[in-house]
Structures are given as C-alpha cells and as structure tokens.
Design a protein around this ligand. Structure first.
Ligand code: ARG
Length: 226
C-alpha cells in the first residue's frame, strides 16, 4: 500500500485529448506534440515520471478536478468559467479561434456566420463562440478534424477552431481555407485541481525555468515552423 502511494507520488498524470495537432496528436501509437514535450520537461523538473491519459476533450477538466489526473494539458484556454472548476498555471501560448470554410464560400468573417451550420469540437471555446451566434445551428463533433471533413463534404458551412490545429487540418484536407478575420485572442495554460496548490506552485516554477532557459521556445519551434 505504502509502496503504491510512493509510486503515485512519482507519477505525473496528464489528461489530454490527442486530436489537436501540433499540441497533442498521434504519431503511430504514440501521443506527441508541444504539450507532451512541455509535460515531459515539467515532469523532469519535478523529478517525476510522466503518464499520458488520452480521453474525450470534455473529460479533461473533470479528470483533473476529480483527482484522476494531475494536470490538464490540452491546448486548454483559460476562461473565467473554467476557473470555477480548476486553477490555471501561468500561460505558455497564445491562440485565436479561427473560421475554416470551403475555398469558394461566401462567408468572410464572424459576422457572416449568422444562421449558418457551424461545426466545433464538443466542449471547446469554439463551441462556446458558436453557441453565441444568432440562429446558428451548432454541430458538436468529438474530434475537430471530423468537423473539418464535414465542411469539406458540404454537410456544414464552417468550423470554429484554434488557429494552429486549423492550419494542420486545412493542410491535410482539400479545398478549404482559413479566414483572415478571427475571434479574439486566447491563452493556453495548464489546469490543476483547486485543492492542489503545492503542485500549482511547482509547475509554475518549472514553467518559469523552461521559459527562461529558452527550452519552451525550442519545443514550440520544433512543431511550428516560423
Ligand atoms: N483551446 C480550446 C479550448 O480550450 C480547444 C482545445 C482543444 N484541445 C484538445 N486537445 N482537443 O476549449
């Protein structure tokens, strides 16, 4: 029993949804990406072993708030609503929610989304933005790429999704484009359970070290070519 506890203390469990390149995605059987490398570097700073738990995106926050996982690292945007359920570390990246449409679409920006069929990944901030659009019909997908494919097939009119995955998905798809006009800027941070201030402090310290040493920039540059 005590041995098991000691083992748990040494393991840092990361809850994520590996459908979000370049932050977390599958390369063969392995989950890789910016968030994975950040988690590995943080775990190393903490002298812990990283364990990755891939799950549905809308399970990531509950996994951490219930204590099943230690950190939520999933391109997770800091929002006031989420702050009610978990604490966020300092931020490590910026992003925007962008709109993906067919190349020949008449939709040119957020204002044109009124009354349209919009695809999102379930539980994301893109989902929240879409629900606020007047008369829009929101289709919630388990994976962001499924929404992109539905747009390609003409089943829906547009996708609202984070900027970096949008670039990857559009490059993989055909006949799609990302609109220049986007929604407001967001920030990504690591989510930690409300009652785990000790871990919050440690992870913030590790993040600071990674920022100051240039390691964080190095990780990002490996996945996002400037
Ligand atoms: N940034 C958005 C949010 O926090 C989308 C994150 C999706 N992440 C993922 N790993 N699928 O809601």
């Amino acid at each position: 029993e005590e041995e098991k506890k000691a083992e748990e203390d040494k393991t840092l469990v990361m809850a994520t949804n590996a459908e979000f390149p370049p932050y977390e995605y599958y390369e063969g059987e392995e989950v890789v990406g910016i968030d994975v490398d950040i988690a590995k570097a943080v775990a190393e700073e903490l002298g812990m072993e990283l364990k990755i738990e891939d799950m549905a995106f809308d399970s990531v926050i509950p996994a951490v708030s219930s204590g099943k996982a230690d950190i939520a690292l999933a391109g997770l945007t800091v929002t006031d609503e989420r702050k009610e359920n978990l604490n966020f570390t300092d931020t490590y990246a910026k992003a925007t929610q962008v709109i993906i449409v067919k190349e020949d679409s008449a939709i040119a920006g957020p204002d044109d989304l009124e009354g349209k069929k919009i695809g999102v990944q379930l539980g994301t901030t893109g989902d929240l933005y879409a629900s606020d659009i007047k008369d829009a019909e929101v289709e919630q997908y388990n994976k962001g790429f499924e929404a992109v494919q539905a747009t390609m097939q003409g089943k829906i009119d547009a996708v609202i999704i984070d900027s970096e995955p949008a670039k990857e998905f559009v490059a993989e798809a055909e006949g799609l484009k990302i609109l220049d006009e986007a929604f407001t800027e967001e920030e990504y941070a690591i989510g930690i359970a409300k009652d785990n201030d000790e871990l919050l402090e440690k992870v913030n310290k590790a993040l600071k070290t990674l920022k100051e040493s240039g390691k964080l920039d190095e990780i990002v540059a490996e996945y996002i070519k400037a």
